[in-house]
Design a binder for this molecule. Structure first.
Ligand code: COA
Length: 165
């Protein structure tokens, strides 16, 4: 599934030439506030390499997102994550600040949940969110994720939501 579309977005499997857009996205402190803080260009380059390798290994991962006019909008996807020593698969999404509040995260979360549970037949997906990230928690709730528990990650309070097949 290298490419798919939703009502408002086109999703492209992450590749080398998305680097400049990802660097700009990760340099915005508001965007990065709840996803580990601002990343330097070097760190985003490493991030891209890790996430391209994830695709090679698992056949799914992160997609770069574009609006209907072809403009880079953000990135989203599903990927393995180790949570308290358990291998889980999480849903992830981040959009350019200028596009917030238009329902795009809800749209891609619904699409990715369908990909993960119905197409890839994964038993469940999690959303792992900083406690204070109210917008992301709302996105997950709207996609029928259920609050499961709280934990700590890299010294931060996070909550885990889960959707089951
Ligand atoms: C979180 C994020 C993806 C949301 O994207 P978005 O496209 O604005 O989300 P949507 O418009 O689909 O929905 C957001 C929902 O949260 C609500 N919301 C937004 N800010 C909120 C706040 N501060 N408190 C409570 N609810 C809030 C909106 O009203 C909306 O709910 P509604 O449809 O019931 O009105 C976006 O803010 C982002 O990219 N943040 C930076 C990266 C990030 O934190 N990613 C998530 C990591 S877990």
């Amino acid at each position: 599934m290298d490419q798919f579309t939703t009502t408002s977005l086109t999703a492209e499997r992450l590749r080398e030439d998305h680097l400049a857009d990802l660097v700009a996205l990760h340099l915005d402190p508001e965007v990065s506030r709840y996803i580990g803080g601002v990343r330097s260009a070097e760190r985003t380059k490493a991030y891209l390499a890790v996430n391209m390798a994830h695709w090679d290994q698992h056949g799914f991962g992160l997609w770069a997102l574009r609006t209907s006019d072809g403009t880079f909008a953000g990135r989203a996807g599903i990927r393995h994550i180790l949570v308290d020593d358990v291998d889980e698969i999480e849903i992830a999404y981040a959009f350019k600040r200028s596009l917030w509040g238009q329902g795009l995260a809800s749209e891609i979360a619904t699409a990715l949940t369908h990909v993960g549970l119905s197409q890839l037949k994964l038993p469940s997906l999690i959303g792992l969110v900083f406690v204070g990230n109210a917008a992301s928690r709302r996105v997950l709730e709207k996609s029928n994720y259920v609050l499961e528990r709280s934990t700590h990650r890299h010294g931060e309070d996070v909550v885990i939501y889960r959707a089951r097949r």
